[in-house]
Design a protein around this ligand. Structure first.
Ligand code: GLN
Length: 207
């Protein structure tokens, strides 16, 4: 059912800064159309959005300069699916105390930027994801944030071996602290595509 709709789905990748090209490739390999999003009209035309890793301060500034901030908040309140990865996860957090400007918000959680310090600021590890078939997911962390607090309605989908939270879901919003576009494993991209596909089907049933 969902499979047959996949080709109608268009997933956008916010392309103001950061790792957007790699995400577009991963989405295409996951069986959907994918496109870079920079303008209000482009954002209006997609069924879901990936916010890539990069620099959250720069992206937060550019979101306002490109007039996308209010539209994103409006869309989130209407259930629009967004997956924030690394800097993108910071932007989806309702609270990011060490970001010097407002986030988009949407996920009631607190996130700490550059949580792994400057010495050991990049590492790779295998994560056991809830609801992800096929075994552990190899995750690449680059100057990564850490989710330090979540509201009860936020579901943890992966944590480090010491219990620290690095991936969550809340309704149609996903946040992961690492870079899922830097491996060949498309399982998380396909999971997001399923979310977007269901959102699109439900919306067209409502009309
Ligand atoms: N350290 C970056 C920030 O705070 C995030 C790093 C990344 O996206 N790889 O925005």
């Amino acid at each position: 059912m969902v499979e047959s709709h996949k080709n109608d789905v268009l997933v956008g990748v916010l392309a103001l800064q950061g790792d957007f090209k790699e995400h577009v490739n991963m989405l295409v390999h996951s069986g959907v159309y994918a496109t870079e999003v920079r303008t209000y009209t482009e954002l209006e035309s997609v069924d879901g959005l990936v916010i890539p890793g990069g620099e959250s301060t720069t992206m937060a500034r550019l979101l306002i300069a490109y007039d996308l901030m209010d539209l994103l908040r409006l869309k989130i309140s209407a259930g629009f699916p967004i997956w924030g990865t690394c800097a993108g996860a910071i932007l989806l957090a309702d609270s990011a105390p060490d970001l010097d400007r407002p986030t988009i918000g949407g996920i009631p959680m607190t996130i700490k930027r550059n949580a792994f310090g400057t010495q050991v600021d990049s590492f790779e590890t295998d994560l056991r994801f809830l609801d992800l078939e096929g075994g552990d997911y190899h995750a690449v962390f680059i100057r990564a944030p850490l989710i330090t607090d979540i509201a009860p309605e936020v579901k943890v989908s992966a944590h480090l071996k010491n219990g620290e939270i690095v991936a969550v879901v809340k309704d149609n919003l996903m946040a992961t602290c690492f870079h899922p576009e830097l491996t060949n494993d498309t399982r998380l991209h396909r999971k997001f595509v399923d979310l977007v596909t269901n959102y699109k089907i439900n919306r067209s049933n409502e009309v």
